[in-house]
Design a protein. Structure first.
Length: 180
């Protein structure tokens, strides 16, 4: 995973530690997995608006540079500690059809919606160790008292009626305190 490919996401998190790898490779709902390990789980919406997607999301989402998409960002909390920063992108044109309910999620988990509808299909994961140069790293660290030098993330494309939503989950340091 070389630094000379800043836009690349990889099919395997080769350099991830065994502890974070367990979380990265889990295929079921991350929301459900965290809920099973926390007595108090919550979703805290940070941002939801029409905005440009990140550069490394454009091709996957078939968006042009500067084209607006619905971007939703939330923190998943275990008690009062953020454990995951989640970022989702859906093309504006799909908000009136397959993903029309997305704008009304509020403080509910997107994962709940994605994993309860059998019509929604998930593609394979991509993995990346984010650093200070990636825009999602900066946003994920907003509520961390001491930001790390890097954070592991995974992303996957979900489709409903042929229309995609890209979901990226950034694992915050506190995730490693949860029992696996």
């Amino acid at each position: 995973m070389s630094a000379d490919q800043p836009l690349a996401w990889y099919p395997v998190p080769v350099t991830a530690s065994i502890n974070i790898r367990w979380w990265l490779l889990h295929r079921d709902s991350l929301t459900r997995l965290i809920q099973q390990r926390c007595s108090k789980f919550s979703v805290d919406p940070l941002f939801q608006s029409l905005a440009p997607a990140c550069t490394d999301e454009l091709v996957m989402m078939n968006l042009r540079r500067g084209e607006l998409a619905l971007v939703r960002e939330v923190y998943l909390y275990c008690g009062d500690i953020p454990v995951v920063f989640a970022h989702s992108v859906v093309a504006r044109k799909h908000l009136q059809s397959a993903w029309r309910g997305l704008s009304r999620l509020g403080n509910r988990s997107l994962g709940t919606m994605l994993f309860t509808n059998p019509m929604i299909k998930r593609a394979e994961f991509g993995y990346k160790q984010l650093n200070i140069h990636h825009p999602l790293f900066k946003r994920a660290c907003q509520r961390l008292q001491t930001p790390p030098t890097s954070l592991w993330a995974r992303r996957s494309l979900f489709t409903l009626q042929g229309q995609p939503i890209l979901v990226t989950e950034v694992f915050l340091p506190a995730i490693l305190r949860l029992k696996i």
